[in-house]
Structures are given as C-alpha cells and as structure tokens.
Design a protein around this ligand. Structure first.
Ligand code: SF4
Ligand code: SF4
Length: 185
C-alpha cells in the first residue's frame, strides 16, 4: 500500500514512559488549542473530511477484524501501541474528542488497557492512528481473498484517510511552527 502520509516526527515526542512529561505535553497541546483557537480555523476546516474518512473506513475494517481477531493467538493490541503520539492528540482535539484517560502505570507489553470484550472500546478516531494502520498477515489475507472491488475501495478509503489527516496536520504544523518561532524570538 504505497500511501504517503504526514511525517509526524516533526512534532515533539510524547513519551508515555515519563508520566509527568507526557501529561504536561498533553496539557500544552490542549492549551495551544484553547489559546490559539482563532488562528486554527484552517485546521478545524479540515476536521470534517478527516472524521468522514474514519467513518467510511471503520465498518469495513470492523468486518474483517471481527472475522479474524476472535481466533487470534497473538493479539497485537499491547499497551505500548495504545498510547498516542503528539500528532494523535492534535487529531483528537481538532475532531473535538476527549483525550482518553490513559493509565501509564501498566506493563507496556501487556494487553492494551482499551481492549474490551468486543475489541477496542475506543471509537476509531480516538485511537492512536497506528492502530488503524496495523494489518497483520491474517487480516491482509482476508482482504486479499475478498472481492477485488472491495479491496480497491478499501485502498482508496485508506488513501483518503491518509490525505485528510495529512492536510489537517500540515495546517496545524504551519501555525504551530510559526507560534513556536515567535516564542523563541
Ligand atoms: S489484528 Fe491480527 S494480530 Fe491483531 S488481534 Fe486481530 S488477528 Fe490478531
Ligand atoms: S486498537 Fe485499541 S485496544 Fe488496540 S492497541 Fe489500539 S487503543 Fe489499544
């Protein structure tokens, strides 16, 4: 799947291994959204397309994971994958979503704290983006053996999600970078 996304490493690292720094950084991002709301119009304008792309993709992914995941012996959802990066938090806030109450005092290799009986309890847009982009081999096989038309449409939907997220993050980054530079002057 050759999809070019936004390079999120341009943002500071959100390190779940350092709880104090993790929550401080999340508060900083929240503060940025509330203090600069008036300058973030372009970011909020991009939010509906990002949400729509999640909504389009979710039922199809669900239909595949519900076939494959209940029989999985090596569940991929570990705590370390359930923690967000900086760009994920930007996405949550741009979409008007709450930041999940992460418990950082967990074994990072253990099954993710957000796993419920029917899979992940977080709505897809409130999960780290990597969760939507992870396709294990059995899932890929399910996708590939399905109708070609479904597969093509799935790839298009994934590309649209990547595009919509990329545009939103790019808009945010331009404003964020400028304000950071002003602060440093
Ligand atoms: S996505 Fe794949 S590895 Fe993860 S739980 Fe489902 S079947 Fe298992
Ligand atoms: S999909 Fe949900 S349960 Fe799985 S790692 Fe991501 S946040 Fe955790």
């Amino acid at each position: 799947m050759a999809v070019v996304g936004f390079d999120t490493t341009v943002f500071p690292k959100l390190n779940y291994k350092d709880p104090e720094e993790f929550w401080q950084r999340i508060e900083e991002i929240k503060g940025f959204f509330s203090h600069h709301k008036g300058q973030l119009d372009k970011v909020f304008e991009k939010a509906p397309a990002f949400m729509a792309a999640f909504e389009k993709l979710d039922p199809l992914i669900q239909s595949y994971t519900s076939k494959v995941c209940p029989y999985c012996g090596t569940v991929c959802c570990a705590n370390k994958f359930g923690f967000p990066e900086f760009a994920d938090v930007v996405g949550f806030l741009a979409l008007g979503l709450e930041i999940p109450s992460y418990d950082l005092d967990v074994d990072e290799e253990a099954i993710c704290q957000f796993i419920g009986e029917g899979g992940c309890v977080l709505p897809r847009p409130q999960r780290p983006y990597r969760c939507t982009w992870y396709f294990c081999d059995p899932l890929l096989v399910q996708l590939e053996i399905g109708p070609a038309r479904d597969y093509r449409s799935f790839i298009n939907d994934l590309q649209e999600l990547s595009r919509a997220r990329g545009e939103l993050l790019e808009s945010f980054f331009q404003i964020w970078k400028e304000i950071q530079a002003e602060k440093e002057r």
